[in-house]
Design a protein around this ligand. Structure first.
Ligand code: NAD
Ligand code: UDP
Length: 314
């Protein structure tokens, strides 16, 4: 089977390519390196079953090959990145989603869309299940990401209803692990890097906001299952780790796990920063028998080891 992955040079896209290659798929990857890195895919370029195309998916996509599954993962994911590239973020989730859906239609391919827990906005329901509509500020600074992802979801469902495209939407909750960029602005690389350098750990707000962090290997397993299982046409899945933690407790845990002398400092809160976030994963548990296996402590240790290694060479 042949698959197309957009955003293949990014954090999640590069692991997805590895997983599908190891399962015997032929993988075509597209990326324009907006937030991705050559190093993330350098090791795959030697594989005869991997083909990379340097391309911006907001343009019309033509590939003269049978494609069975399209995974649309291109999009800046860190708040720092999408606030740096607001228009590109909206384009990749409108024109990019349109082009990849049109491509899937032409190829009669299955289509997997990388959505996000951000579509729930600042949720008033806990934990968030797939039937919750969310609480989103349509004109706030984060709307370039959360509203764009909501638009993409609506377009996926329109293609599903009008053209019967076999779509599956994955609402990904905060995911972390080796290969994240040290300066991508997300909380785990920020805190770990600060802790390893014994610098102040910067908490935005009072630190009582919560997130639920999923280790990358667990996420990849879930996306793989969602992609290869039959009879999931039009289905939506939350994927994440329901172990919810306050950001202040995350900071303390990282200080302890990395034997750091860092102190915690408080900065002004970010605009529209969601106060609580935790996935209800009963749907994927019941339908696909998936649940995360890697605890936060274990995943953080892997991530700290990785950052320690790469940071030494910067
Ligand atoms: P990332 O920034 O590491 O990867 C995104 C990749 O997309 C990059 O390689 C970038 O260069 C590429 N890209 C961006 N615009 C493009 C365009 N127009 N054409 C071609 N390539 C383009 O981010 P990530 O963490 O790997 O996230 C991947 C996907 O998962 C995104 O769609 C993101 O919204 C979603 N997601 C991620 C998380 C998370 O915690 N990492 C959470 C929710 C959703
Ligand atoms: N955060 C923080 N300090 C940092 C980076 C992030 O306190 O140096 C907080 C941020 O305000 C948010 C949480 O950590 O409440 C998660 O932020 P991240 O950017 O990782 O992801 P998202 O907000 O998209 O869930």
């Amino acid at each position: 089977m042949n698959i197309l992955i957009t955003g293949v040079a990014g954090f999640i896209g590069s692991y997805l390519a590895e997983k599908f290659l190891s399962e015997g798929f032929y993988v075509i990857g597209l990326d324009n390196f907006l937030t991705g890195k050559q190093e993330n895919i350098a090791h795959l370029l030697k594989n005869k079953n991997f083909h990379f195309i340097h391309y911006n998916v907001v343009n019309y996509i033509y590939i003269d090959k049978k494609i069975d599954i399209v995974l649309h993962f291109a999009c800046p994911a860190s708040p720092v990145d999408y606030l740096n590239y607001p228009i590109q973020t909206m384009k990749v989730n409108s024109l990019g989603t349109l082009n990849t859906l049109g491509f899937a239609k032409a190829k009669k391919a299955r289509y997997i869309f990388a959505s996000t827990s951000e579509i729930y906005g600042n949720p008033e329901k806990h934990p968030q299940s797939e039937d919750y509509f969310g609480n989103v500020n349509p004109v706030g600074i984060r709307s370039v990401y959360d509203e764009a992802k909501r638009f993409s979801e609506a377009m996926c469902m329109a293609y599903h209803r009008e053209h019967n495209i076999d779509i599956r939407i994955v609402r990904i909750f905060n995911t972390y692990g080796p290969r994240m960029r040290l300066n991508d602005g997300r909380v785990i690389p920020n805190f770990v890097y600060q802790a390893l350098k014994n610098e102040d750990i910067t908490i935005y707000g009072d630190g009582n906001q919560t997130r639920s962090f999923c280790y990358i290997d667990d996420l990849i397993e879930a996306i793989y299952k969602i992609s290869i299982t039959d009879n999931l046409n039009g289905e939506i899945f939350n994927v994440g780790n329901p172990q919810e933690i306050k950001i202040i407790d995350l900071a303390k845990k990282i200080i302890q796990l990395s034997n750091s002398k860092s102190k915690i400092v408080f900065k002004p809160p970010l605009e529209d920063d969601p106060k609580r976030r935790c996935p209800d994963i009963s749907k994927i548990k019941n339908k696909l028998n998936w649940e995360p296996k890697i605890s936060l402590d274990k995943g953080l240790k892997f991530t700290i080891d990785y950052i320690q290694k790469v940071a030494n060479y910067e």
